[in-house]
Design a protein around this ligand. Sequence first.
Ligand code: AMP
Ligand code: MG
Length: 374
Amino acid sequence: MGTTNYGEIFTERLEVRGVLVSMLDNNSVYIKVDSHNPDAEQVRRAGKILQEGGLVAFPTETVYGLGANALNPLAVAKIFTAKGRPSDNPLIVHISEVRQVYDLADDVTVPGQRLMEAFWPGPLTLVLPKKPGLSENVTAGLDTVAVRMPGNKVALEIIAAAGVPVAAPSANRSGRPSPTIAEHVMHDLNGKVDLIVDGGPCNVGLESTVLDITSEPPVILRPGGITREQLEGVLGHVEVDPAVSFDSEKLVPRSPGMKYTHYSPEAEVIVVTGDEKLTFEKIQYLINEYKDKGKKVGLLVSDEISRLFELELVYATGSRNNLETVARSLFDGLRTLDSQGADIIIAEGYPSGGMGDALMNRLNKAAGHNIITV
Ligand code: AMP
Ligand code: MG
């Protein structure tokens, strides 16, 4: 975790029923809950705020979400304001029970049902034909709706307590790396949301896979927590939207969100990818080059490569042989190196396939396509 200062938020603490609550003016209320056994009173409180049109940031297994009542257009509008999110970027609607999907979508289809059975609750978002009546600002005027049932106890209980479907994008300022711990949310949105529920670190650490099943074959609009291989295990062939690929700047994506700057720290990011030994050598070369220019260099690299460098700012993401661990810490790595004052972040790339696809998609965007293949 970084060394960011959250102002006064942690200086005045209140215990209510054994749960930490901050009560400062102009700050969001912050509560900490047990990820396996969240306090029922706090869950009810979060649900009530959502139901009544407020904003609640809460943990999911992918990243922290910024929730609003999906049936209340004014509440949904607050999400766009708090995040600084472009209004043509639609939101994912989160549900706590599978049956709720039939209130939102017109035709769930047989493949859709098989996917829900295989991967819900979990990091898979399905794009479906929307039912008339759903707020226009949830879907940004599209005739489809994106729906997901998150695999996180705190999230499921809060959504159930709200008693309504909950529209929730990632709980970060638009364009910034997504939040994977409550401190990230605090850093970006303190004072802009009613309640921040801290349920510990997110298990997956990257956003959900967005899969459009309105076309045949289905198309991955965003790679994420469920891999292409896992989807193909259930569906047979699955396409990937060409705009997902690394050199996608000129393509118009089918998922509006894909065209915006994303996951960007303050520092400039360069990704070096390819052969492991050549990656090491290229990173060494770049470190020297940027140091000579007087830049403070931060490294975002696997455990294996991190051991080879003697540098002040090295964030080890996890093992190259276990990309799930890398996924879990990637966004924290970008934010931590920022808070430590890096001018430039040199990031190691990962092989394609499995979680590597989602990792490279996020890194490529964080780097604004500044990617060197060795
Ligand atoms: P976020 O929740 O911030 O991670 O972003 C949600 C992602 O889902 C964005 O990339 C959106 O563009 C995408 N999305 C949401 N609804 C739809 C939809 N109806 N069709 C296609 N993509 C969608
Ligand atoms: Mg997001």
